[in-house]
Structures are given as C-alpha cells and as structure tokens.
Design a protein around this ligand. Structure first.
Ligand SMILES: *[C@@H]1O[C@H](CO)[C@@H](O)[C@H](O)[C@H]1NC(C)=O
Ligand SMILES: *[C@@H]1O[C@H](CO)[C@@H](O)[C@H](O)[C@H]1NC(C)=O
Ligand SMILES: *[C@@H]1O[C@H](CO)[C@@H](O)[C@H](O)[C@H]1NC(C)=O
Ligand SMILES: *[C@@H]1O[C@H](CO)[C@@H](O)[C@H](O)[C@H]1NC(C)=O
Ligand SMILES: *[C@@H]1O[C@H](CO)[C@@H](O)[C@H](O)[C@H]1NC(C)=O
Ligand SMILES: *[C@@H]1O[C@H](CO)[C@@H](O)[C@H](O)[C@H]1NC(C)=O
Ligand SMILES: *[C@@H]1O[C@H](CO)[C@@H](O)[C@H](O)[C@H]1NC(C)=O
Ligand SMILES: *[C@@H]1O[C@H](CO)[C@@H](O)[C@H](O)[C@H]1NC(C)=O
Length: 774
C-alpha cells in the first residue's frame, strides 16, 4: 500500500502548492504513535505518563544503543525517545523505536496498536456579504458574533500583529479557558489578547525525524502565512481599507468576528508530522476549544490509521465541532480525504467577486479579462504580436518591447505564462478555456486572461490590422458576478475512501481567491523579479473554505450551546443552498459546467442564516459512530484505536448512520437473477422548530431509480420530539451512469422550514480502503 501523505489544503497562486510527500521505506529506527488501553494500566501507577515511561524503558534496545553510543544508559535513552504523551486525543504516546523495540512493545500489557509517524510535510473578506451575514438580522446578531466561542486551529502559526487579531470591542476571555500563550522565538506571551487567547507550538516529532533541522522560528509565529490566513477567515476582527494591491478593496472580517482564536502550530516549513498534529489536537481538547478548524489531511489511510480521524473522535465526544478540508485533488472522483463520519468535510467553491483588467485595442474596442497583476495599473499603448501557443521562450524574447498574444488549445496556459515571464517582454494576453485560472492569474508581469470568445475579437483585430497595438489596464474588481458560487475544479470529490457509505464532502463554502490576513514579512507574490508584500493575500483551496465553516459553526454553537457537533453539522447541511445566484442549480467548473453533484459539493453552499433555524436535525453520538465502525468489520483493536477505552461491543452493528445525506452503491455482481437492487435507509429527525408542525416529503426524480419514503408525512406535537422514516432506493444491479443524484426534502406545512438531503447513487467502487489491505 502506498504510504500515507498529509497535505496542506491550500493552493498558492502562481505555484500550485500541493505538497505531496512520499515516504521512504522505514529506517531502522523510526517514530511511532502508540495506542494504549488505559484500563490495562497496573494499579502500581497512579498516572498514565509514568506507566508509558515505564513501558518504554522496559523495552529499550540496549544492544543496539551500545553500538551507537557508549555513554547513554538504558533509562535516559528511553526517556529521550519519548516525544509526547497524549491524554485526550488518543490514549498513548509517540516515541522513536527500533523495529525490535517495537516488537517488544507490541507484547507489552495494554498495547493496542501502533502507526508509524507520517510526514505531514508541507500540504476582505467579501465572503461574509456573499454568505449574507448582516448585523441587522440572522446568524451574526443571533450568534453574538461568536463572542463566547473559542476556535482552535492546527496550522502554520499566526502573525499576532495583524489587525485581524486586534481585540477592539471584545469582552473578557471566557473563564473556563485553560490554554496558554507560550513564548518563543520572536513571540512574547504578551502578544496574546482577548482575540488571540492561545498560542502553542509542537515540533518534537519533526526534530526527531530530522535531528539537524533548523527551526528558525521556534514559536507560534507564522512565517508561512497559511495559518494567519485561515485564522482571520474564521474569526478575524474588522479591518477597514484592506485590499490585495487594490484588488478587492473593502473591510475585511471573519465569519465570527467576536470569537476567540487559539493557534496550535504543528505545520512547519521544514516538515510536519502526525505526532505533532496529534499533540496539538490533544492540547486543544485539554485547553477547552469549542470548535476546531483543520485545513490539512491524510490521503489513502483507513480511519484507524488516520491521526485526524482518531484525534477528532475524542474531540467529538467532548462536544467540540471539527471542520476539515476535503482536499485539492479534484476534479477526479474518490480522491477526497477527511471523509470521516464525525467531522465536517468541506468542499470549495467560487465567490461572486472577480479580479479583472482590460485591453484597449488600437481600433477602439475594449475587452475585459481576468488578472491579478500587482504592478502599475496602466500599461501604455504598444504593439501586439500573436505568438500562437507561446511555446518558445526565445521566439517570444525576440519580439522585444511588445505584448504577446498566446492561444491555449491544450490546457497549457500555465506554461505559456511562464514562457512569457521568462522572455521578459512587456506583457501577455492569454486566450484560454482553462478551468483553473484562479491558480494562474497572479503573474509577475502585466497579463490578461481572456475567454476563447473574447480572445477571438483580439485575434480578428490583429489579422485585420497592419500594425496592431493595445494598452492594458489592471486592478479592476467585479462584484456580484454570476453565476456564483460554482464548485471549484480543484476541490476533492467523494466518495470517501475510508468510509464510502457516508456521503462526503458535506457541503461547500467559499474557497477560491479568498482575501484574508497575511504576515507582514512573508512575500505574497513577485513583481518583475522583486518579492512584494501585503497584509492581506488572496488564496484558493479547501484550506480557505474549511475555516469559513468553523467560524459559522461558532455562531451556531453560540446560539445553540446544547447542540451536538452532529446537530450543528446537520443544520449547516440541510439548509445549504443547491441553487446559485441566478436561481439555477450550482454548476461544477471541474465537470464541464454541468450541475454539480453532491460528490463535489455535498449538500450545497453553506447558508449561515438558515442554518441557525433548521427546523429538523439529524443527530448522532459516539455510540452511533461505533455501531458504524462495527459494521465496517474493523477488528476490536482497530476500533479501540479510535474510541480509546470506551466500553462497547459490536452487538448493534449498523452501516446506516443517522446522517443528513444518502449514498447508495449499485454495482452488484452476485449470481442472483433479480433485475434490480433495493437499498434501504432509516433516519430519525429531531424537531427543533415549532412544537406543533407537520412536514411532508418531496423527492426530485432520479433517472432509473425509484425512491420511496415511508411515512411521507411527519407530524410533531412537541419540541425535541424524534420521529423516524425509511427511504428505499430501487435501481438496476449495475448502473449505466457513473453517478445519478437527487434530493429528499422535508417541508413543513407553513413552508418555513425546508430540510434538504442530497441522494447519490453510483457504481463507483464502494470498498473502503480499510479492507483493501490484508
Ligand atoms: C542548519 O544551519 C546550519 C548553519 O546555518 C547549516 O550548517 C546546516 O546545514 C543547516 N541544517 C539543515 C538541515 O538545513
Ligand atoms: C524550541 O523551544 C523550546 C522551548 O524553549 C525548546 O525546548 C526546544 O528545544 C526548541 N526547539 C528547537 C528545535 O530549537
Ligand atoms: C510549438 O508549437 C508548434 C505548433 O503549435 C509546434 O509545431 C512546435 O513544434 C512547438 N515547439 C516546441 C518547442 O514545442
Ligand atoms: C472549453 O471548455 C469546456 C468545458 O471544459 C468544454 O466543454 C469545451 O469543449 C471547451 N471548448 C474548447 C473550444 O476547447
Ligand atoms: C462484514 O462482514 C460480514 C460477515 O462476514 C459481511 O456480511 C459484511 O458484508 C461485511 N461488511 C462489510 C462492510 O464489508
Ligand atoms: C444496543 O442497542 C440497544 C437498544 O437501543 C441498547 O439498549 C444497548 O445498550 C445497545 N448496546 C450497545 C453495546 O451499545
Ligand atoms: C453487548 O452489550 C450489551 C449491552 O451492554 C449486552 O446486553 C450484550 O449482552 C453484549 N453482547 C455481547 C456479545 O457481549
Ligand atoms: C462484474 O464482473 C465482471 C466480470 O468479473 C467485471 O468485468 C465487471 O467489471 C464487474 N462489474 C462491476 C460493476 O463490478
């Protein structure tokens, strides 16, 4: 099996920063995360830490040490091997062990399982208006702007001086907070305030793997930018007069502007490891965060080997809401990560704000295109030369003081832009049909990206003129662009590999070209050959959509403190919009602009004002998730790795989690002669709307499938009453289409509540990766 890899979920403009790190074969000694059964701790020990230390020292491999060092004793050697003891996220510890030590440990009392530490090497917010957050009504005032909620992020750190983290107008820190503001390199604990209330950093795992590593910023200070961006997206305070080189000017504000932020830095430029991330989540649980935002993930691992899945199970049990990013590996099916049943998995979509420029042709025509060129806003009249596919840098160089026009017929516009940059000429106009322009339009030279249709106008003009010329203008911002949102091409698609029976992603939030805070000393881009700086940066990725939902969950948690993480997730999902701002179904940029499937966008675009008052919720608790794990045929040890020492047995197996969405697999090859298969689901909804209310079901038609709901009416007589229904989906043994989708919606008789669940039927492989191994 391929080694798991962890990713940052963001895309840097220009360079598509999708870091993919394949692990080398394990060296003789390696770092392991060890899961222990606390109930097996001998009475002799009063405390788990001393038990772990004793266990570790009992297995130390003395013979191997003596060959490498002559001075270390067994005891000190073993304690130096211990990286972290974990208390909340898992029961266990991480340590550097030789293979023989690991074998001995496996036979120690209380040992459950181990996983080799995985390298997590490096993976304005106009969006509040786009999501219709308003001080007048809805989620902002109802959720008190999140003032009592603490949002913890595991990320690259934070730039505490950013205006987004000022505590102007904020009330006292909730007294239950147990976190700390740790000092370190260029970070004094006095930098925390009533907004930034916690700052901790974790790099023992990194140092253990790379003992010679230089950690120049050994503190929570962010030198990468990612963590500053995600934190300010979730909870940034109001900052007036921001922009990205005059693009997108306005007031920046996070989703929950009064909520608190605690940063747990575990992603380092020199690399990031699961052991550090586990330590960060472990500490965040202990400190008392209410919401966690994790813009990172592990690819290709089953749930019991995924540190994010394992640690977030503990968080869920404590009532902590966890938002995660789906990944940036779209548009192909099945590459989604964090397909974890007890977290929110967030896809990314576009925003109704675009960045543009224009070209004025010598004949008087003006054409608008996309650009994020950060330099002068005007480029004077100069000759225009058509250079075909701009595939020859030397040929472009020869045209000299001119604008090159490049035609992209092969999704090669990124290469073309690089060639024009390398040629060092005055400007470039790129005619392209690319679906990933958000990654390309931030160029260091004057550039404009035109559609094929608009480009034809330029080409026709060049053909018709003996000496074609043009001037260019930049720094235009278009608001209210339509249609928006659209599912981003890069956003990873379901089904979830680790748990295919739960439809993922859950929903979509703004992820493309999101403007948020940035460290003052970290370049945002280049202009010519110079690095340039800005306190706000535009980034794209599911890393950007995830913190949006974390901030929105903070508002809902403030308004409904008694709701479980599953209830909050249900509210966000069942009220999400399936329609875009033209009133048509949301389209998918990565699928030829066809109607987006729930495998791309889940239930649709998050709608915070509606999520506050969803009418019905689909709740679930730890027991439900355990029953699901039991149905996936995990071994008891594998389940215990996730659930720690929760007492359970698998007498109530159920693959049918009470989830606000449905996915059914139709591709049976068994010998039965029946022409169709029937898949059945059972759901229970809790009434959180009006005490007396009657809901009726509506179904959209799904080609080739017969969907039936029983009963088709639900009559509630009191608040918090639960009622159940069943859904049967009958369809062909083997589907012709790859994916068919529809929706099941409960609408109350007043028409006030619309509780929508997407349905997917598919013949994509449903075998979870846990069972692919063996
Ligand atoms: C760390 O920095 C020192 C001094 O600058 C340098 O000699 C060494 O090669 C660096 N180590 C790594 C792993 O980069
Ligand atoms: C970072 O700082 C901590 C706390 O001062 C220290 O224990 C640790 O050794 C430092 N790590 C590195 C890699 O410098
Ligand atoms: C550039 O593209 C043209 C066709 O558009 C092709 O004939 C030529 O071989 C290409 N040159 C290079 C260097 O790839
Ligand atoms: C442009 O892209 C769309 C969607 O990806 C595709 O359907 C269309 O065929 C493309 N047009 C051309 C001329 O390449
Ligand atoms: C689990 O095992 C049972 C009994 O062997 C089998 O019927 C069932 O299909 C398995 N479930 C999954 C999800 O593999
Ligand atoms: C199984 O479900 C029944 C009925 O809901 C419950 O009484 C029982 O405790 C459950 N058993 C386990 C092991 O969860
Ligand atoms: C599982 O737990 C339930 C409730 O605790 C109990 O009634 C049942 O006998 C147990 N089943 C097995 C197989 O241990
Ligand atoms: C069914 O089995 C046949 C032959 O083994 C195989 O070619 C086909 O791909 C299978 N179809 C599905 C949907 O699994």
């Amino acid at each position: 099996m391929a080694s798991p890899t962890l990713f940052y979920m963001w895309l840097c403009l220009v360079t598509f920063s999708q870091f993919n790190f394949i692990l080398a074969e394990p060296a003789q000694a390696d770092t392991y995360i060890i899961h222990m059964d606390l109930s097996a701790m001998p009475k002799l020990f009063s405390e788990h830490r001393s038990w772990y230390a004793a266990t570790l020292s009992s297995i130390s491999d003395v013979s191997q040490i003596s060959t490498t060092t002559t001075t270390t004793t067994t005891k000190t050697f073993s304690s130096s091997k211990l990286l972290y003891t974990y208390s909340n996220a898992i029961h266990g510890f991480s340590a550097t062990l030789s293979s023989s030590e690991l074998k001995m440990l496996e036979n120690s009392p209380g040992f459950i399982s181990s996983i080799r530490d995985v390298q997590v090497t490096i993976d304005t917010t106009h969006t509040s208006e786009f999501l219709q957050l308003s001080p007048k009504s809805g989620a902002w005032p109802a959720g008190n702007y999140g003032k009592d909620i603490i949002v913890g992020l595991v990320d690259t750190g934070i730039w505490p001086e950013s205006d987004s983290f000022k505590d102007d107008g904020m009330t006292e820190i909730p007294s239950r907070w147990k976190g700390e503001c740790e000092s370190g390199t260029a970070f004094s604990s006095s930098l925390c305030n009533k907004k930034l209330i916690g700052a901790r950093y974790f790099n023992k795992g990194l140092v253990s793997h790379v003992p010679t590593v230089n950690i120049s910023m050994n503190s929570t200070r962010d030198t990468d930018g990612h963590g500053t961006h995600t934190s300010s997206t979730a909870v940034g305070n109001y900052v007036e007069g921001v922009s990205y080189f005059d693009y997108g000017p306005g007031t920046a504000v996070g989703m929950a502007p009064q909520a608190r932020v605690a940063m747990y830095k575990a992603l380092w430029e020199a690399g990031s490891y699961a052991s550090d991330i586990l330590a960060a989540i472990d500490q965040a649980i202990d400190d008392g965060v209410d919401v966690m935002s994790l813009s990172l993930g592990l690819d290709g691992v089953s749930l019991h080997e995924d540190p994010v899945a394992i640690a977030t199970f503990a968080a869920m049990e404590k009532g902590i809401f966890v938002a995660t990013s789906a990944g940036n590996e779209g548009p192909w099916y099945g590459l989604l990560h964090n397909g974890i049943p007890w977290v929110l998995t967030v896809a990314a979509g576009s925003v109704d704000r675009e960045y543009s420029g224009s070209v004025a042709l010598g004949n008087g025509d003006t054409i608008v295109g996309k650009t994020l060129y950060p330099g002068n806003s005007l480029l004077g009249q100069m000759p225009l030369v058509f250079m075909d596919s701009c595939n020859n840098t030397n040929a472009i160089k020869k045209i000299g003081h001119r604008i090159a026009v490049c035609l992209d017929t092969d999704e090669a516009v990124g290469i073309q832009a690089n060639n024009v940059k390398d040629a060092g000429i005055d400007g470039g106009i790129f005619i392209t049909n690319s679906s990933s322009l958000e990654l390309l339009i931030e160029t260091s030279f004057p550039s404009l990206f035109l559609t094929l249709e608009d480009g034809q106008t330029v080409l026709d003009y060049i053909k018709s003129s003996s000496s074609p010329t043009a001037s260019m203008k930049f720094k235009m911002t278009e608001l209210g662009t339509k249609p928006a949102p659209r599912a981003a091409s890069y956003s990873s698609r379901g089904p979830s590999l680790s748990c295919p029976g739960v439809l993922k992603p859950d929903l979509m939030a703004p992820g493309t070209l999101v403007l948020a805070a940035w460290p003052q000393t970290t370049p945002v881009t280049t202009l010519g050959s110079q690095s340039v700086f800005s306190n706000f940066n535009l980034l794209s990725g599911t890393s950007m959509s995830c913190p949006h939902t974390a901030g929105l969950a903070a508002l809902i948690k403030e308004a409904h403190p008694e709701w479980s993480p599953a209830a909050i997730r249900s509210a966000l999902m069942t009220t999400a919009d399936a329609m875009d701002n033209t009133g048509d179904p949301i389209k998918d940029i990565g699928d030829n602009y066809r109607v987006a499937s729930p495998l791309a966008m889940g239930s649709g675009q998050v709608n915070p004002n509606k999520a506050l008052d969803p009418g019905l919720i689909y709740d679930a608790n730890a027991e439900d998730y355990i029953n699901l794990l039991c149905s996936l045929n995990y071994t008891m040890k594998q389940i215990k790795t996730i659930t720690r020492t929760t007492t359970f047995n698998c007498s109530n197996k159920s693959a049918d989690l009470n989830y606000p969405s449905f996915i059914a697999f139709f591709h049976s090859n068994d010998s039965s002669s029946a022409a169709t298969i029937v898949q059945e689901f059972r759901r229970t909804v809790t009434n959180v709307g009006n005490a007396k209310s009657t809901y009726s079901v509506t179904l959209t038609s799904m080609d080739g499938f017969e969907v039936t709901v029983m009963p088709s009416t639900l009559s509630f007589t009191e608040k918090n009453q639960k009622l159940s229904y069943t859904v049967t989906i009958e369809g062909p043994r083997v589907m012709k289409e790859l994916v068919v989708h529809g929706a099941l919606t409960w609408v109350d008789s007043d028409g006030k509540y619309v509780v929508r669940s997407p349905i997917v039927t598919t013949r994509l492989n449903s075998v979870p990766i846990a069972r692919k191994k063996s």
